[in-house]
Design a binder for this molecule. Structure first.
Ligand code: PLP
Length: 416
């Protein structure tokens, strides 16, 4: 198997240098050097992000948009500059199209409450796919319960790919929105979102893309995709927890009612009438996660500085190598064998529960995820309750894949 250094040369990422930027990677777990392969759940943070957040607390800590004093002005400038960084990273036209949220989950809830709810009624439909994370299922179920609308689901095939013909058939005059995950966290499948958006737009149906597992792995261009909404989470992209963003086309955001009421989202308030602020501030009631937004911008700057094509190539090579190596272990079955995959490798081992596999791997210092990955319908589709998921990031190496494979052989030994 290729060494880390060879990999770095081959794909253009200096992985050793990248690893040096991540303090948390340099620790032992149960007496073994940590191998962190749970990046789809959350990523580790580079020194640049940690320093940016610390700098905010040490120098610029103040509330935004309301102070006349210098610290508040500095905090406001940094917060709004972070919005511009996110706009640039996603290829949006205008930073007013970027709403800060707690993450992908809140972004989907915002679209459900503020965009879809006023437009939907009994008998209308919401179309999602069979490989959504719960955060792109439950908000729509809540909306259906409240309005009498119906949830429709695009099926997935045995490879873990969407059945596109069925998708086209399920789009109807009653469909009020399509919600689709860009990259599945449970299967690693990369969905053909551009084609899906074109098909939906041909019937004037807006599309929300869940980009939680896409933004960390490749360049995303919302204008090229022409999506109506795009959501992602900072903590899966080497940024802080509790922060993420929703991109929304300006014409949609301008039409949308507020999501929550409170300070910072208004122009004026009397007991008779409140006039709301313009988007995006209309959707950011209360004191925002200022340091989170600034830290997220630092994370995206860091990721961009590596070159997103090099990031995608490095991770594609890791995924391919890991897939081959894991499949060579007796009794392993891949869950999700789509032609286009990114980031995550999901599998089961005959007769061994994923949680047992996860526990033994942990004792070997290898952190993976075992469970349903907040995608229980995917598990139901494949007739299982859980999978083992190894998910990769910019700092993972071929040597770490060897450690994963050694750990899985140990699992085989233990269970006979
Ligand atoms: N969508 C996908 C595909 C995810 O993988 C996740 C998290 O695992 C989410 C949405 C929810 O993200 P968050 O918990 O950061 O809101």
């Amino acid at each position: 198997m290729a060494s880390t250094a060879a990999t770095a040369t081959h794909v253009g990422l200096d992985v050793e240098r990248i690893r040096a930027d991540f303090p948390a990677l340099h620790q032992e777990v149960h007496g073994r050097p940590l191998v962190y392969l749970d990046n789809a759940a959350t990523t580790q943070k580079p020194r640049r992000v940690i320093d940016t957040v610390t700098h905010f607390y040490e120098h610029d800590c103040a509330n935004v948009h309301r102070g006349v004093h210098l610290l508040s002005q500095r905090a406001t400038v940094a917060y709004e500059r972070a919005r511009t960084t996110i706009k640039d990273h996603l290829g949006a036209a205008d930073s007013r199209e970027i709403v800060f949220t707690r993450g992908t989950t809140e972004a989907v809830n915002l679209v459900a409450s503020s965009f879809v709810r006023p437009r939907i009624g009994p008998g209308d439909e919401i179309l999602i796919t069979g490989m959504e994370h719960h955060s792109n299922i439950v908000p729509w179920q809540l909306l259906c319960e409240a309005t009498g609308a119906h949830l429709k689901v695009v099926p997935i095939n045995d490879e873990g790919e969407l059945e596109l013909d069925r998708y086209a058939e399920l789009l109807s005059d009653r469909t009020k929105i399509v919600g689709v995950v860009h990259v599945s966290n449970a299967l690693g499948t990369v969905n053909p979102v551009k084609t899906m958006i074109e098909l939906a737009h041909a019937r004037s149906i807006p599309v929300l893309v869940d980009g939680a597992q896409a933004v960390p792995h490749a360049a995303v261009d919302v204008r090229e995709l022409d999506c109506d909404f795009y959501a992602f989470s900072g903590h899966k992209t080497y940024g802080p927890t509790g922060i993420g963003a929703l991109y929304g086309k300006r014409e949609h955001l301008l039409e949308m009612v507020p999501y929550q009421g409170g300070g910072d989202m208004i122009l004026s308030v009397t007991f008779d009438e409140t006039i709301y602020a313009e988007p995006p501030h209309r959707f950011e009631a209360g004191t925002p996660n200022i340091e989170g937004a600034i830290g997220l911008a630092a994370a995206l700057d860091y990721l961009s500085s590596l070159g997103l094509d090099a990031v995608a190539a490095h991770e594609a090579e890791l995924l391919e190598t890991a897939t081959e190596a894991v499949l060579a272990i007796p009794g392993v079955r891949l869950i999700g064998a789509a032609e286009h995959r990114a980031g995550a490798l999901s599998f089961v081992m005959d007769g061994i529960h994923p949680h047992d596999i996860g526990t033994i791997l942990d004792s070997e210092g290898v952190a993976i995820r075992a469970g349903h990955h907040c995608a229980q319908p995917v598990m139901q589709r494949f007739g299982i309750s859980a999978t083992v998921r190894a998910s990769f990031g910019i700092y993972n190496t071929m040597d770490e894949i060897e450690r994963l494979v050694e750990g899985l052989h140990k699992v085989r030994e233990v269970f006979g």
